[in-house]
Structures are given as C-alpha cells and as structure tokens.
Design a protein around this ligand. Structure first.
Ligand code: HEM
Length: 225
C-alpha cells in the first residue's frame, strides 16, 4: 500500500485530535513497552553468568544497521510519546485554568493522576542510565566488551542500586496506568473487560518492575558477583 500526500495529511490531522493523541500515546507506548520487555529479558541473562550476558551484548552490537534501526525507532517513539503527553496535559490545563473547588476522583487512580510526574521522572532516570552505561560511560567501571562487570560494579554501590530500585518503582506506576489506558484505547474498555484490565495492567507492571529490580537486589545480596 502506498501512502499519498493526502493520506499523510489526514493521518497528521487525526493525530492532532484528542482521540488521535490517545492513539499516538498508545502506539508509541506499545513500542516502548516492547523495548522494555526485550531489554529486561536481555538483562536477566546476568543470572546465567558473564559469558552469557557478554555474548548477548556482543551479538546485539554485531547486528549493526539492525540495532541502529531499532534505536532510531525507539527514539522516534519516545519523542512522539513525550510531545503528545505534554500537548494533552497543556490542553487539559488550559481547558480548566481554575481548579475544581470540590474534586472527587471517580474513574481514576493515583497512578493516573501522577502520570505527568512519573513520566518526566522516568525520562530523567533514562538520561542518567544512558550517561552511565552508553553515552558518557560515567559508571564506576567501563569496558566495551565486559557489560557484566560494568553492571556489577555499578550495582555494588548501594546509592546506585537505590536510585535504580526507586526508578523502577516509578516506572512500574507509570506502566500500570499506561497499560490500562492503552487497553482502553484499543477497545478493551467496556464493562465486560474491565475486570480483565484491572488484573492485566497491574500484573504486567509488577512483572516488569520486579524483573528489573531483581538485578540490583541480586548484586547487593552477593548472588550476582
Ligand atoms: C536493572 C535495570 C537495568 C540494567 C541492568 C540495564 C542495563 C543496561 C546496559 C548495560 C546498557 C548498555 C548496553 C551496551 O551498550 O553495552 C543499557 C542500555 C540502555 N538501557 Fe538499560 N538497563 C536497565 C534498565 C533500563 C530501563 C528501565 C530502561 C528504560 C526505561 C532502560 C533503557 C535503556 C536504553 C534506552 C539503553 C540504550 C540502548 C542502546 O544503546 O541501544 N534500561 N542498559
């Protein structure tokens, strides 16, 4: 199928509507979500020892153009996600410049109301994380080939492990509401599926947060060394 200029204009106009913004948030959220699952499964290979994790890191690097393609896709998804979330939040604030005198939160949760705080915090965490392991290599140790040693040296420091654990809990809260919203956007929002959403959203968020948290905890406990 070939997209014409007219089709592109229609897609662009749709993305600027409220429903369009929700779809953009859900679609970009899904790309980020897939990355999070892949990155978690990759990282969990640390439990199988240095050879396994380092071989996995080397394999990723050897894919060259494929890796860069995935990185660019992720960067585009993250940028669109942030810009759209900021736009929706600003529009909501503009629609109600004076707060409610008596506000009762009915179909919402603490995680939903704090998306605009947990989102930027996750972003700050990612910036810190990339500076440590990828961009500035500011971690306590840095070897191009020994990713295992880099991770263990970093997490041996309780402050770094602490920052990661707190960040993963914040990420879990963001994911909880994000998955919930995404399921609603794709049509699993009516009362028939409400129960399913109530189970799936927290369960997936907990599995992802716990999967990542297991690594600093295992290093601090001396299980991974
Ligand atoms: C225990 C938790 C985590 C560990 C041990 C970990 C480990 C790593 C390591 C070692 C790298 C560098 C790989 C290399 O270039 O050799 C990396 C890259 C990266 N991590 Fe994590 N990570 C964790 C959690 C996360 C989370 C929660 C996010 C996102 C919210 C994230 C986002 C990224 C991104 C975007 C990259 C760059 C990927 C690339 O260069 O292609 N990481 N991580």
């Amino acid at each position: 199928m070939q997209l014409t200029v007219k089709d592109m204009t229609r897609i662009f106009s749709f993305s600027r509507t409220n429903v369009g913004s929700k779809v953009v948030l859900a679609a970009t959220g899904a790309v980020i979500f897939l990355f999070l699952i892949g990155h978690m499964l990759g990282n969990l290979q640390i439990f199988e020892g240095p050879e396994r994790l380092n071989a996995y890191a080397a394999l990723l690097k050897s894919t060259g153009k494929l890796l860069w393609g995935a990185r660019i896709m992720l960067l585009v998804a993250v940028t669109l996600h942030i810009v759209t979330a900021a736009k929706v939040t600003l529009a909501n604030w503009r629609a109600r410049p004076v707060g409610y005198t008596c506000k009762k939160n009915i179909e919402t949760s603490y995680a939903a109301r704090t998306m605009i705080i947990t989102g930027p915090l996750v972003f700050l965490y990612v910036a810190y994380h990339l500076m440590m392991f990828t961009l500035l290599k500011t971690g306590p140790e840095y070897s191009e080939t020994d990713v295992y040693a880099n991770v263990v040296a970093a997490f041996k420091m309780p402050v770094i492990s602490g920052v990661y654990i707190v960040a993963m809990l914040i990420l879990g809260a963001h994911l909880y509401h994000g998955i919930w919203s995404m399921l609603q956007t794709v049509g699993i929002g009516n009362s028939r599926y409400r129960r399913l959403r109530r189970t799936v959203a927290p369960a997936v968020a907990i599995v992802i947060a716990a999967g990542y948290i297991a690594i600093p905890v295992a290093v601090l406990a001396g299980i991974v060394k």
